[in-house]
Design a protein around this ligand. Structure first.
Ligand code: ZN
Length: 273
């Protein structure tokens, strides 16, 4: 197993994650002190899983860094990073900058990311962490399987979890992302003009204030004999103009003195209208 160390400058200390292969051996923290000859290790704190934290002699940290096959630096606090680099250089320790998943780092795991990295909250995270995070968000919003798959597709193409999560919270709506499917518009039916419909003039005048053409379902009804006294059963979506169909038939007969109009509706609100 290759032994290597990941180092990241934090605001007041340096995080060290010694790795054996893919395993993190422990979390170490260096506190640096400015000395006349440059920054030096002042304290070395070690946290091992299920063990109490303890301080080791500062030389132990240097011994560990010397032993490492590679020292990887993840971008961190710029000021502390400068000190860390000075320290490494003064001990002639080679290092190289790497990009790692910030979420994995939060769990003391080191996952290198390259071009497949996903942008999230100003840092980069790995594809696994991004998928987990997205799933959490999607479950929180009770999304179904198709929606989840769609979002995963957007994430893959965009490589930005911010964009996808923004989409969910309605903060970042882009037609390019929100477009889920395209369906053909139904064939547009030519509709009758109000003028051409056989209605009493007084009713026509009233209607002319609101419309010049009938809606498709109204036109169909008229063409199927609505105004010639044919019985019809009309099923049509809300707000497609059913009420006027009944009114045209009933009011016409009423005005022509051919009977009475009984208009039944299932809701009080509709009756009030
Ligand atoms: Zn990750």
């Amino acid at each position: 197993m290759t032994f290597q160390v990941l180092a990241k400058a934090e605001r007041s200390r340096v995080l060290l994650l010694p790795q054996s292969g893919n395993n993190t051996l422990f979390e170490g923290y260096l506190r640096l002190k400015d000395m006349p000859q440059g920054p030096r290790v002042f304290k070395f704190l070690v946290k091992k899983e299920s063990q109490a934290e303890r301080y080791l002699p500062p030389e132990e940290a240097l011994r560990m860094l010397r032993k490492a096959k590679a020292i990887h630096l993840a971008r961190g606090d710029p000021e502390m990073e400068k000190k860390l680099i000075k320290l490494l250089e003064s001990y002639q320790l080679g290092y190289r900058f790497v990009s790692i998943c910030n979420h994995c780092l939060g769990q003391s795991r080191v996952t290198f990311v390259g071009r497949e990295a996903i942008a999230y909250k100003g840092t980069w995270i790995c594809e696994n962490c991004a998928a987990e995070e997205l799933l959490r968000e999607a479950n929180f919003r009770h999304l179904g399987r198709a929606a989840k798959a769609h979002l995963a597709g957007i994430l893959k193409a965009r490589r930005s979890l911010d964009d996808v999560v923004g989409l969910l919270s309605l903060q970042r709506l882009e037609p390019e992302l929100t477009l889920f499917d395209t369906i053909q518009a139904s064939r547009e039916e030519p509709t009758l003009t109000l003028e051409s419909v056989d209605l009493p003039e007084s009713l026509k005048e009233l209607l002319q204030k609101r419309l010049t053409c009938l809606l498709p379902v109204q036109s169909r009804s008229v063409q199927s004999g609505l105004l010639e006294g044919r019985n019809q059963l009309i099923v049509s979506a809300t707000a497609t103009g059913k009420s006027l169909i009944g009114e045209m038939a009933g009011i016409k007969r009423l005005l022509e003195g051919k009977g009475k109009l009984l208009f039944l509706v299932p809701l009080v609100a509709l009756a009030n209208q």
